[in-house]
Design a protein around this ligand. Structure first.
Ligand code: CUA
Length: 383
């Protein structure tokens, strides 16, 4: 595009003789060169290139501009959920700055290119007649300038990636992507969780990433870029949050029908709060003497929940589905699909497919009212 416009502007400039060409023919040939491979071009040419036709095409721009604007505005999220442009870590700052620099440079260059483009078409006749050195113009604007700009951007972007390298860090978290949820393990603390990653603020956290089935991609836009998760290969990554808060992450590689609802949250807390969270999650649980356990756990076993889920310190040890040891303290259900309320928990247990069509968890069949209440109580008690 840049080369075409520069060549167009330059070609006319060094080509003064053409000013003798009849108006109709000349305009037609410029328009032909403009967009020879589009339907538009054919339509313009068949209309014999009358200059006023260009104006008439302006009416079709209205809906186009509206559509482009609505797309642009759709990106403006007031609550800053999952936005690359609201970074809270050194890596995401580097990525966001790179994005702005690329946008500015490319935006200015594109504007300049279009200015030349329209100048070539609409400049006054007497200027078209004046001969000038078109070749030098093409060489500078079409070759030298793009080369310098691209080289500068290459050096800058390569330097920016130095901020993305994994720093030395203490805390390691293992995350395994499953269709369609996230297994989260703290090997040094013996804590298992799902769809929520608690981290201390201000410290880089190392991630060991793997997939339990197909390829997924780990992405928390406010904390870092994306990285793929493979079944047979452990990838290493890191995240950091410089501010306490809850940051939404999302699977970024199409992995099946519920790919879009394969989300999670990173919960960044001050270091002392994080230490308290770790200590709390390490407590033995659940209390085998509690009435809620005595009523709920037999239902959990009888209705085959035990075939896929684990609850620490019980006979439930399967790992096909999320570990439920801390299910009661999670903010959301179904990989950040619904808030973890009593009502949603009940709906989820009865038939998860109604909330998340395509989920691999089957409905709990032939369960009585009394049983499901016992099961909901039990789940919510697992803090
Ligand atoms: Cu996992 Cu998309």
């Amino acid at each position: 595009m840049i080369a075409v416009a520069v060549a167009l502007a330059g070609a006319g400039e060094g080509d003064g003789r053409k000013s003798e060409t009849p108006e109709r023919e000349r305009t037609g040939s410029i328009q032909g060169r403009m967009m020879s491979d589009t339907v538009h071009a054919r339509r313009v040419e068949t209309r014999a290139g009358r200059r006023d036709e260009v104006g008439r095409y302006g009416t079709a721009w209205g809906p186009g501009v509206l559509m482009a604007l609505s797309l642009l505005v759709a990106g403006c999220q007031g609550d800053r959920v999952q936005s690359v442009l609201h970074p809270v870590s050194p890596a995401s700052h580097a990525i966001a700055t790179l994005w702005w620099v690329l946008l500015a440079v490319c935006g200015i260059y594109t504007a300049g290119t279009f200015a030349l483009f329209f100048y070539a078409i609409f400049r006054p006749k007497q200027e078209q007649a004046a001969p000038s050195d078109g070749n030098l113009f093409i060489l500078m604007g079409g070759v030298f300038l793009p080369f310098v700009i691209l080289l500068a951007l290459l050096i800058y972007s390569t330097h920016a990636t130095t901020h993305l390298q994994t720093p030395e860090t203490g805390l390691t978290i293992r995350v395994v992507g499953h269709r369609f949820w996230w297994e989260v393990e703290y090997p040094e603390y013996g804590i298992m969780n799902a769809n929520e990653i608690h981290i201390p603020v201000g410290e880089p956290v190392r991630l060991e990433l793997r997939s339990g089935d197909v390829i997924h991609s780990f992405w928390v836009p406010q904390l870092h870029g994306k990285i793929d998760m493979f079944p047979d290969l452990t990838t290493h990554f890191w995240i950091q949050a410089d501010r306490a808060g809850i940051y939404r992450g999302q699977c970024a590689e199409f992995c099946g029908v519920q790919h879009a609802r394969m989300a999670f949250h990173v919960i960044a807390m001050p270091p002392e709060e994080f230490a308290a969270w770790v200590a709390e999650k390490q407590q033995p649980r659940p209390d085998p003497d509690a009435a809620v356990f005595q009523r709920g756990h037999p239902v959990f076993v009888r209705h085959r929940c035990v075939a896929c889920h684990a609850i620490r310190d019980t006979d439930a040890v399967a790992r096909a589905g999320p570990d439920l040891t801390h299910i009661g303290s999670r903010r959301m259900l179904g990989a950040a699909t619904r808030l973890n309320t009593r009502e949603n928990m009940r709906d989820w247990l009865a038939d998860p497919n109604r909330i998340k069509p395509g989920v691999l968890m089957p409905p709990t069949e032939n369960i009585s009212e009394e049983e499901i209440e016992a099961l909901v109580d039990y789940m919510l008690s697992l803090k």
